[in-house]
Design a protein around this ligand. Structure first.
Ligand SMILES: Cc1cc2nc3c(=O)[nH]c(=O)nc-3n(C[C@H](O)[C@H](O)[C@H](O)COP(=O)(O)O)c2cc1C
Length: 199
């Protein structure tokens, strides 16, 4: 699928970008050395201000870069980039330049001095406002500074999952694709009465 232009969006829409729980690619940078890592443990935490939590193990290079650099971005890629998503989750930036290996292109973000990924259909830029040690992973709390999304795919929520499926992690090298949006509609009282009379 051709890459569309990402339009800047309101910070509150970061929650809607993450609503289906897709796997994201996290970028972080310190002293002009950027890195990219796959993450599944991502959660919206607050709307006002818009804040997102990301659990990162201290062994990751990304942990060090987020701690020193104080900014990070979350990039949402669709199923066509599954191999890149997987590679960034099994290789470390300590050993290999993952942008080159996974054929991902770092480009300037809107607000922060950390590159975002050109192949992403949406991205969220954050500044680190807290880091909590809660167990073997640390929870980084990021305040959303900018959001961009392709408007054909994302309005107030994800619209075109058939065309651009989101990727979810199941376990090990197994993933699932989110390919359909379905509407939950509460029937009106008349509709319920009608259904009752037809039974
Ligand atoms: C699908 C998937 C999801 C992952 N989610 C997380 C996560 O949420 N937090 C984390 O610390 N590591 C996670 N990992 C592991 C890191 O991506 C992996 O250890 C990576 O090699 C770290 O890269 P780095 O050393 O370049 O930062 C995940 C791996 C995969 C494959």
């Amino acid at each position: 699928m051709a890459m569309g232009r990402k339009e800047p969006r309101e910070p509150r829409l970061a929650a809607r970008l993450l609503e289906p729980g897709p796997v994201v690619l996290v970028t972080a940078q310190y002293r002009a050395h950027p890195n990219v890592m796959t993450a599944a443990w991502v959660v919206p935490l607050s709307l006002e201000p818009m804040r997102i939590g990301l659990a990162v193990h201290p062994s990751r290079l990304t942990h060090e870069l987020m701690t020193k650099g104080e900014y990070f971005t979350l990039n949402i890629l669709t199923l066509e980039h599954l191999l890149a998503i997987h590679l960034c989750g099994i290789l470390s930036g300590r050993d290999v330049d993952k942008f080159t290996r996974a054929q991902l292109h770092p480009v300037d973000a809107l607000e922060v001095d950390v590159p975002v990924i050109e192949e992403a259909v949406a991205h969220i830029e954050c500044g680190v406002v807290a880091r909590l040690s809660l167990g073997d992973h640390d929870l980084f709390v990021g305040e959303v500074l900018a959001v961009a999304a392709e408007s054909e795919l994302f309005g107030e929520w994800w619209l075109q999952l058939e065309e651009a499926p989101l990727v979810h992690h199941v376990g090990a090298e197994w993933y699932a694709a989110l390919t359909r949006v379905v509407r939950a509609r509460v029937p009106s009282e008349e509709e319920e009465a009608q259904e009752e009379s037809e039974r």
